[in-house]
Design a protein around this ligand. Structure first.
Ligand SMILES: *Cc1c(COP(=O)(O)O)cnc(C)c1O
Length: 413
């Protein structure tokens, strides 16, 4: 959805240099068509297998993005009460929401029960007891799935791997059956499903297949022992190509590779993709402020920083950085850095990139997931606006913050 026409970079039919000149920088820009295509790639690939695609809200929780996906028929995977609030504000349907997370509070459980979400992905027996007690007080039944830790290695960055027994997530698969059995004594809980999520940015799907086999076997055995188990939630985690040379698994082919096993299971299959739906659909636009040399080192100082996009600093993540208007100049090798007072504030290091001059606009690619949502006001920098492109038109879906936003809620005693 992002492509050059002559020397100008476009998002759909919108020239990004024009957009940047109007909206200013830094700014996040999302392609509505790319988001919908990625969502539909999941949806379509399931074909006639009963399924629900629950978009993982934490990847990009902008109301307009959630609204777009709600209208396309998405369910939602949330990890906090705040995310449920956003889903409902965006027109999402509570009955299509699953609630994940290792530390749900009583207030969050109360809110989710009040709104009537589909199911809780539970991560401990204490959590099951809490949900049962609160459901009993309200006189309702609460659906749950136990998030099983299948003990497989997703071969991804250690901060985003979740499915090994050493991680804080889920209940060990070896103990899961006993927990479902004990959960039968909770009269306000219904064992709706089994869930897992082994990590994020997974480029080789074979560990996911391994996990699916493990939870399919568990689900079959639970059903034969009288647990309802009406859905299997396979989690999210499919990776995207951050390097221009990298190959990410195609969504459709990945889901199709599961068909034979899933069809036989006879249950509704859920997935919780986040990054693979919104990641490639977004860029962060920034402007070159200065060029600077220190010894042999070249720096490109831009107006976006680690507070806007923390992935390079936090995960040493690579994002391609390309000009909005190509110039006929020899390329350079430089560090692309922001104005924040931290050595860790960089968007790229030793990057072979297009030659740029002060005033030029750049796009930091594949920034639609875990971009704006992880942004902060560090260094008292107002947060960037978000813009949604639809064909040749675009809308600012979140305005740029001003200085007043920085002190909202504060008092001077
Ligand atoms: C983060 C998360 C997801 C989404 O992961 P992606 O890698 O963005 O697809 C899905 N489910 C759970 C439980 C998560 O924590």
């Amino acid at each position: 959805m992002f492509h050059y026409s002559q020397s100008d970079l476009y998002c759909e039919q919108t020239a990004l240099a024009d957009l940047a000149a109007h909206v200013g920088t830094p700014a996040y820009v999302y392609s509505s068509r790319a988001i919908l295509e990625n969502f539909n790639a999941y949806h379509d690939a399931f074909g006639d297998i009963p399924h629900r695609v629950c978009y993982a809200v934490k990847a990009n929780s902008s109301l307009a993005v959630l609204g777009l996906l709600a209208r396309a028929g998405a369910g939602f995977d949330i990890v906090s009460g705040g995310e449920l609030f956003r889903v409902l504000k965006a027109g999402g349907d509570a009955s299509r929401v699953v609630f994940s997370g290792v530390g749900k509070t009583a207030d969050e459980v109360e809110y989710a029960l009040e709104e009537g979400i589909h199911s809780f992905n539970c991560e401990s027996e204490a959590e099951l007891a809490l949900i049962d007690a609160m459901a009993s007080r309200r006189g309702v039944k609460a659906g749950f799935a136990i998030r099983v830790n299948p003990d497989v290695d997703p071969s991804t960055h250690p901060y985003i791997a979740t499915g090994l027994s050493e991680h804080k997530f889920g209940i060990a698969i070896s103990e899961a059956k006993a927990v479902y059995e004990r959960a039968k004594t909770f009269s306000n809980l219904v064992a709706e499903g089994v869930s897992c999520h082994i990590g994020s940015q997974i480029l080789d799907p074979s560990p996911i297949l391994e996990a699916v086999d493990k939870i399919l076997a568990l689900a079959g055995s639970l059903r034969s022992e009288g647990h309802p188990i009406r859905h299997l939630d396979l989690g999210g985690g499919l990776g995207v190509a951050y390097h221009s040379g990298e190959k990410a698994p195609a969504i459709g082919a990945f889901i199709e590779s599961l068909h034979a096993r899933l069809r036989a299971s006879g249950v509704c299959v859920m997935v919780e993709p986040g990054r693979s739906i919104v990641g490639p659909a977004g860029v962060l636009l920034t402007r070159v402020l200065y060029r600077k040399k220190s010894g042999d080192k070249e720096f490109v100082v831009v107006d976006a920083a680690m507070n806007d996009l923390i992935r390079p600093s936090l995960y040493r993540a690579h994002h391609e950085i390309i000009p909005l208007r190509k110039r006929d100049l020899p390329s350079i090798t430089a560090d692309v850095v922001g104005p924040v007072c931290e050595t860790g504030d960089f968007l790229a290091r030793d990057r072979h990139m297009a030659n740029v001059l002060p005033g030029d606009f750049l796009a930091v690619c594949t920034a639609g997931a875990y971009g704006f949502v992880l942004s902060s006001n560090y260094n008292s920098r107002p947060r960037a606006p978000e813009v949604l492109v639809e064909g040749a038109t675009y809308r600012v879906i979140r305005r740029r913050e001003g200085f007043e936003d920085l002190i909202r809620g504060e008092t001077l005693p």
